[in-house]
Design a protein around this ligand. Structure first.
Ligand code: PLP
Length: 465
């Protein structure tokens, strides 16, 4: 058994100095636009091959891709694992098609837009579950188990649920309890683990869906060292359902990038070798960093929200003096530190699984200086602009509204109209309103605040009634 089967096959192929009479058009890096040849090493192009002899086939893997996927399944204790070259989004959509085609599905309202598109593709009937919020920070936590219990008895015909684990902000909200409740009631559980690829690698991290859910989809590119878009779908050990590859093959490209596949392959071998110890060391480094940050007076690191489990690799910083937007701006402009997400009341940063001390020191120095700068400022009024703790009234079904005739109207005319489109800001990619829901005063108030970034100045799509 090779430890990096895809990389080894690529190396063997490149060593032959092959003459390419096939795709891609750059012919193993022989024809590179000059502006790119100056900045990308030629070797990178040589690895950008296609599914030719001996390099296997992502849609029907039998060789090096199959071997690498098996290795991932072993490391992650999955029944089977599948490489994804179009992010977690494609894995989520395939899962919903596989388990919920034409059927009801429980969906917490704070989920990522790929879940909504999966629902539209599958003509599934979403049953939206209300979500608890942290009022102070204005961020979503998750579904209360009691609420799920009520919905389970109200909708006994619904046999699938999709749960995010963790949220964008790294909160793994009552996850075990929710999965157990769902499984005990005969549901199949799809877990959007886009932000939790590292969870099952170390027991000090929040629980992964891999222990008892049915389909778990992870954006390795978000927290692990692989190229952007590279993700993995795992089947849980107890998965009993349709062959997921049928749905993945329908949605994934027939020209998968070997740069992405090789990055997944390299990462799986790396994790198998040093995953636990690396994460162990990094958690220690992060804890030491947080310990040093306890002296901050005007900035605060949030490491406890409602006593829920939070991913230590996510750093949520709030301030009594400046907004999350201001903090993000100062970090970027003055210190060239780019954060993942800024909201009114907090700023979110993501640590790599292997953080070097010099990078931690640079962040530490910046936060100490900003803290000092803030001491002369007056206290900030805490406003909760983003708390959309409400599910807007729904007049028509999501899919029906999505495909219906629409018109674009000005915000001033939109109250009471049915939304024809998703209104989403990215990050975090969670819709404020979805097709079929009624645009109300609260929603309009949020849309009118430029600072919140919903970008709907020129008009809003509504269903023609
Ligand atoms: C919670 C959540 N789920 C799913 C996705 C989709 O992941 P990908 O970008 O890998 O398609 C994202 C991306 O931001 C996300 O934040």
């Amino acid at each position: 058994m090779k430890t990096t089967p895809i990389i080894e096959k690529l190396l063997k192929y490149i060593k032959e100095k092959p003459l390419s009479y096939h795709t891609p058009g750059h012919k193993n890096g022989q024809f590179i636009p000059d502006n790119l040849s100056k900045i990308w090493p030629e070797e990178i192009w040589q690895y950008d091959v296609t599914e030719i002899f001996d390099l296997d086939n992502l849609h029907y893997p039998e060789g090096c891709i199959a071997e690498a996927q098996k290795e991932v399944a072993r490391i992650f204790n999955a029944k089977a694992s599948y490489f994804l070259v179009n992010g977690t989004s494609v894995g989520i959509q395939a899962s919903i098609l596989a388990l919920s085609y034409n059927k009801p599905i429980f969906v917490p309202r704070h989920v990522h837009k790929s879940i909504y598109s999966g629902i539209i593709l599958a003509n599934a009937e979403p049953i939206f579950l209300p979500v608890s919020y942290d009022d102070e920070l204005g961020l979503p936590l998750g579904v209360e188990p009691n609420i799920l219990k009520n919905y389970l008895s109200k909708y006994p015909q619904c046999k699938t649920i999709v749960l995010p684990n963790p949220t964008y902000q790294g909160i793994s909200y009552k996850f075990r309890e929710l999965v157990t409740l769902a499984k005990n009631n005969g549901l199949q559980v799809i877990v959007d683990e886009a932000h939790g690829s590292h969870f099952c690698l170390h027991n000090a991290l929040p629980p992964s869906g891999l222990s008892d859910a049915d389909i778990i989809i992870q954006s390795w590119h978000k927290t692990l060292p692989v190229l952007t878009q590279a993700s993995v779908l795992h089947l849980g050990k107890g998965y009993q359902g349709p062959d997921i590859s049928i749905y993945l093959n329908m949605l994934q490209t027939t020209s998968p990038s070997y740069l992405l596949l090789a990055s997944l392959d390299g990462c799986q071998a790396f994790l198998g070798r040093v995953g636990y110890s690396l994460i162990d060391t990094t958690i220690n480094n992060i804890n030491n960093f947080k310990e040093k940050m306890t002296g901050l007076k005007n900035l605060k690191i949030i490491d406890n929200i409602n006593n829920e489990l939070i991913d230590p690799f996510k750093l949520c910083i709030t301030s009594c003096k400046i907004s999350g937007y201001q903090l993000s701006d100062i970090l970027r402009v003055k210190y060239k530190i780019y954060v993942e997400l800024a909201e009114e009341n907090y700023c979110l940063l993501i640590f790599p699984i292997n953080i070097e001390n010099k990078n931690l020191s640079r962040l530490e120095e910046a936060l100490l200086q900003i803290d000092l700068y803030c001491s002369n400022l007056s206290l900030k009024q805490f406003t909760n602009l983003t708390n959309v703790n409400i599910i807007p009234e729904r007049k028509i079904l999501l899919r029906e509204a999505f495909f219906s005739e629409k018109e674009i109207i000005h915000l001033n005319e939109a109250e009471g109209r049915i939304s024809g489109d998703f209104i989403i800001k990215y990050p975090p990619g969670i819709p404020l309103i979805i097709p079929g829901e009624v645009i109300n005063k609260e929603i309009l108030k949020i849309l009118r605040k430029d600072i919140l970034g919903y970008k709907v100045k020129d008009g809003i799509s509504v269903v023609v009634e």
